[in-house]
Design a protein around this ligand. Structure first.
Ligand SMILES: [Ca+2]
Ligand SMILES: [Ca+2]
Length: 214
């Protein structure tokens, strides 16, 4: 009796873990960002413009197609965003949703000292906002000539809110960003687990009753 009870509980736990796992995987998506790789407007190699399609901002910023000698290794991902003393931002067509985990990921690069002798400050920041309110921020330090790939921050939403916004900025000169991604994963809440558990218990109770009658 005790043995079969333990087995029953083990089955419930495994079922919950399996269902929760599949829910988590099926709801993990990348949210659509306008011009996330800054390649909407084609530029010649070495070319630059003082605007970024789909993005607003402060300070001086624009789109750039780096020359092969701009970074230590020839940059292979087309255009990038560049910013001097300010930030670029984009409000997304998605509202903050309770129970979702958001992961903001970008690549950050600084050109070689030989191509910019006055580029001596390598601090940058990335922020995730909701309705103009900061949710989470990350401040990092880059290296001349290098790209830091997949720099990320996360935010787990306990409450729903207004439209999500991404900000990428710097107090320095010629900070480059590329490949902006915002992942969105629905996280099963403890309440979901409890509902699921009680549902399974109800089924179990029903099954036991029938067994008794038979
Ligand atoms: Ca790009
Ligand atoms: Ca190039």
């Amino acid at each position: 009796m005790f043995k079969s009870g333990r087995k029953f509980w083990l089955i419930i736990v495994v079922a919950i873990v399996l269902v929760a796992g599949s829910v988590d995987r099926s709801l993990a998506t990348l949210l659509t960002i306008s011009n996330p790789g800054f390649d909407d407007v084609p530029l010649l190699d070495g070319g630059a413009s003082l605007s970024i399609q789909g993005w607003g901002g402060t300070g001086t910023y624009g789109t750039r197609n780096p020359l092969s000698t701009t970074f230590d290794v020839d940059y292979a991902d087309g255009n990038v965003a560049w910013i001097n003393s300010g930030y670029v931002s984009q409000v997304l067509p998605y509202n903050l949703t309770a129970g979702h985990l958001y992961t903001l990921t970008v690549d950050v690069g600084y050109q070689q000292a030989t191509s910019c002798s006055t580029c001596t400050s390598f601090g940058y920041m990335m922020e995730l906002l909701e309705g103009g309110t900061l949710l989470n921020a990350y401040s990092g330090t880059g290296t001349a000539g290098q790209w830091d790939k997949d720099v990320s921050l996360t935010y787990l939403a306990y409450d729903s809110g207004g439209p999500l916004e991404i900000r990428l900025g710097t107090s320095g000169k010629r900070t480059h960003f590329d490949n902006v991604r915002l992942g969105n994963t629905a996280v099963p809440e403890p309440a979901t687990f409890m509902l699921l558990g009680s549902g399974l218990l109800g089924l179990a109770g029903f099954g036991r009753k029938r067994t008794k009658v038979l």
